[in-house]
Design a protein around this ligand. Sequence first.
Ligand code: GLU
Length: 277
Amino acid sequence: MSKSFKLLSVLMIAALFVLAGCGNNNNAANGNTPAAEGGSDAIAKIKERGKLLVGVKFDTKLFGLKDPASGEVQGFDIDMSKAIAKHILGDENAIELKEVTSKTRIPMLNNGEIDMVVATMTITEERKKEVDFSDVYFQAGQSLLVKKGSPITGIDDVTKDTKILGSKGATSIKNIKEKVPGVTVLEFDNYQDAFSALKAGQGEALTTDDAILYGMASQDPGYEVVGEPFTDEPYGIAIQKGNSDVVKAVNDTLAELKSSGDYDTLYTKWIGKAPAK
Ligand code: GLU
């Protein structure tokens, strides 16, 4: 092989590499959106709309509670949602909060009414079959709320003859039935109805996450949270399956909140002392 032919071959191969490289990486130039390559363009749709649609609780003090007088919804989950709106759209007020309950949140997410669920939602293997989750943003555990002076002082005092109150669609219902086989659980549409039922004497204890129960106890000094938490409830933000760009945006927001110290500020504002690292 002549020297000049060898040189020409090397140059041609180099040129092919350059061309191949351009084709792969230059989506903007060739008009390919990430979705066309099998990714997700959910963020592009949110940006086009100019507003983030978030499913939150309206009846859960500390996480998402609507003030009937002002109409404002406030809580830890609301502040998380605002931070995500700021990250995606540059404006924490570019947001519409829609009420979900434990039972309605997955259907509302999967029929496209909301972009994400930020609503005291535990990450579970079962739920992962229906939705994708962000990283954990809050660690709760299931506990019991009783009338002060109740003979129930913890999960060990719950027997199959105890009447327990809970919310439809919550992990708490399944968990307590596993802990105390045969126990009677009355299920309500939301936590305010369950709390009203406890006050009306329809059951002896209300069960859900400790953080939610502390919010209820702060609404009525006649009630208290008893015993140690008996499950792990790591909260995640739920996103429609396949919307990997939204999952990434949410996880990036959570990482920013943690590294800036804003996460601890929000935790202290709503929950109390910031968690140990
Ligand atoms: N974290 C539990 C759950 O996701 C209980 C709280 C709730 O019902 O939202 O089911």
